[in-house]
Structures are given as C-alpha cells and as structure tokens.
Ligand binder design. Structure first.
Ligand code: ADP
Ligand code: NA
Length: 330
C-alpha cells in the first residue's frame, strides 16, 4: 500500500504549544496519520539559528514531543522523531545551501522579518540558511505533500526550486513536494489583537492561549479577549474579528461548523460566548496536560519512542542522502 508521504515539523522554541499551533497544524497532523505516510519532527536544529539555552532546548524538545503524543500523534502510525537525531538533515542541508543563491535566500520574507529585529552581528548564517535546511528536511523523505500555512509557502516554493535545480543538474533524485492546504486548518488570532495571528512571539501574553498553561489562566484570558462595542454574535471576520475568532475556537474545539455555532449563540451576549469558549478549552486541555505529564514523568520511555522514530526516519533519509551524494560525485 503506497500512501502519499507528508512531512511536517515544529520548533521546540516555547514551553508550550499555543492554540494556533494545535488548531492550525497539529490537529491536521493527527488526521493525516490515517491517510498518509506521515513523518513529523521536532526541528531542534532550526531552534539554534537564534541564540539559545541548551538546558531549555533539551527540555522544550521533550515537551514538544510529549505534546505531540498527548495530542494524538501515534508513534505506531506516524514516524515521530527529533531532527538532530537524524544526521542526514544537516548533511543534506549543506548540499541545499550550496545550491541556494545568495539573492534567493535574501528574498525570504521570514529571514527579512527575523533579521530586522536583530543586530547584524547576531544574525547567523544558520538563520540565513534556515530555508535550505528546511528544504533538506522535506526532500530527505521524498515527501510529496507538505502541510503548510500561508507563512511557509515561500519556503516550500524554494524547496521545489532546489529540488528541481538538483534534479536538472545532477539527475532525477528528489520528488517535488506540493503544498498542501489542509482542510479544517483554522487560523487563530491573538486574543488581544485579533488583527494579528496568535503567535509565541506576540508582545502581549494575554493574547495567546498556551495548552500547558493553568487552564484557569487560559479561561481568564478568554474572558478578557478583545471583542468590539457591538453586542451581536455573528461570524464576520472582517468586521468582528474578535468575536469571529472566539467562534472559530469554539467550533474547532467542539468539532462543529462555525456557522452552526454562530447560530447557537445568536441572541446571546459576548460574556456567554466567552464563558462557553473558556469551558470547552478547560475541558480540552485538562486531559492533554495529564498525558503530557505522564510522558515527562518517564523521559526514558519518551526518549525510547523518539529513538525508534529516528531509526525509522534514518532508514528513509539515508537512502536519499546516499543517492544525492552519489550524484554529486562523493
Ligand atoms: P509561531 O507562529 O507561534 O512562532 P510556529 O511558527 O512555530 O508558531 O508554528 C508552528 C505551526 O503552527 C506552523 O504550522 C504554523 O503554521 C502553525 N501556526 C502558528 N500560529 C498559528 C495560528 N495563529 N493559527 C493557525 N496556525 C498557526
Ligand atoms: Na511562525
């Protein structure tokens, strides 16, 4: 049975995933396990492109993996691993760097955004080369599909260009991955500034809901969410971004269409909606947190799961790397 292969990764750069990470990415990863040959990795090599603390990175890598497991990634149905455990990523990453033009890398908007916030001396070659490593992450598995949000489209486009370039210079080696806009992927906005997406780099902590935060604190953040001066509950992202965001969260967490949820709340007040969203959130995160704790209480078992995942990942990535090296004249 040949299922289409997908690859996706998440950076271990926060103490918890936020609601956007789950509803916009991880929830879809869980669904894809049943229809695809899925490879999911915690991309710790990417996490050192900016200054980092080793102890914190080690902890966050485990916490990220534990969250993926707790949220439903099943290591029997998907290959779950840590990027640095599979040396082929860095090896193929170097190859991709050598194919990437300086101008091409300079045009990456994520690099422009991230480097704009730093002094020149602190901007590393790693940050500049990040998209080349990301290309290697994908190409190493010959993934035909990559679930990506809008923000990663440009990197995926570069990945395709690099694969094509390699193939035409050295002979067909890599599958060209297709972007894969996943059905039901919700975009979640900042609770305090619903014009911005919820992000771990948000400047207001009240705007982001972290899955591992105290559920009472999260419910309180939802109660304090910015809405508008009207009183009508309707799904209208353009004119009522705050209310619409809450409706989307409620709909996603209860697995219902947003229109149906909006109808249910028609005639009720903003306070009722916020209370209801807070309640489903608490119900959702409470068992997740317990499962995360179980994984973190037994890091030997967690590490074993990740080691097995890395072994499976290497079986695929090493074949790709050997083929690429051969073509390159190594
Ligand atoms: P952040 O944007 O907070 O830095 P990441 O870049 O680590 O988060 O994102 C990890 C995954 O979560 C990506 O697939 C990204 O598209 C998704 N994601 C992040 N924020 C949101 C959001 N607010 N809504 C939907 N998906 C999101
Ligand atoms: Na991001």
């Amino acid at each position: 049975e040949q299922r289409p292969r997908v690859l996706s990764g998440i950076q271990p750069t926060a103490d918890s995933f936020h609601l956007g990470n789950y509803l916009g990415a991880v929830r879809q990863w869980v669904a894809l396990q049943d229809t695809h040959d899925a490879f999911y990795c915690v991309v710790d090599l990417h996490a050192i492109t900016v200054e980092h603390d080793p102890k914190l990175l080690r902890r966050r890598t485990r916490v990220s993996a534990a969250q993926l497991l707790a949220l439903g990634i099943d290591p029997e149905r998907a290959t779950l691993f840590v990027q640095s455990h599979v040396p082929e990523h860095a090896q193929l990453g170097w190859v991709m760097q050598c194919l990437t033009g300086f101008g091409e890398a300079s045009r990456m908007t994520q690099f422009k955004d991230k480097s704009a916030k730093q002094q020149a001396e602190r901007i590393t070659l790693g940050l500049f080369g990040y998209p080349a490593l990301q290309a290697a992450d994908i190409l190493a598995y010959q993934a035909s599909h990559v679930p990506v949000g809008e923000d990663q489209r440009q990197h995926l486009e570069l990945t395709r260009d690099l694969a094509q370039r390699f193939n035409s210079r050295f002979g067909r080696t890599f599958v060209l991955p297709e972007p894969f806009i996943v059905k039901d992927a919700a975009k979640i906005y900042d609770l305090q500034d619903p014009s911005a997406k919820m992000s771990k780099s948000s400047s207001s902590p009240g705007g982001i809901v972290e899955l591992l935060d105290d559920p009472k604190v999260s419910a309180k953040k939802i109660r304090s969410a910015v809405t508008d001066t009207g009183r009508e509950i309707v799904y209208d992202p353009e004119n009522k971004p705050g209310v619409s965001n809450l409706l989307v969260i409620y709909a996603a967490l209860t697995g219902r269409p947003v229109g149906e949820v909006a109808d249910e709340f028609a005639g009720k007040g903003y306070g009722d909606l916020k209370k209801a969203v807070g309640e489903v959130l608490v119900e959702f995160v409470t068992p997740i947190q317990a499962r995360v704790r179980t994984y973190l209480d037994d890091t030997a078992e967690l590490d074993k799961i990740l080691r097995r995942g890395a072994e499976r990942a290497r079986e695929v990535a090493s074949v790709t790397l050997a083929r690429a090296y051969e073509r390159l004249g190594f």
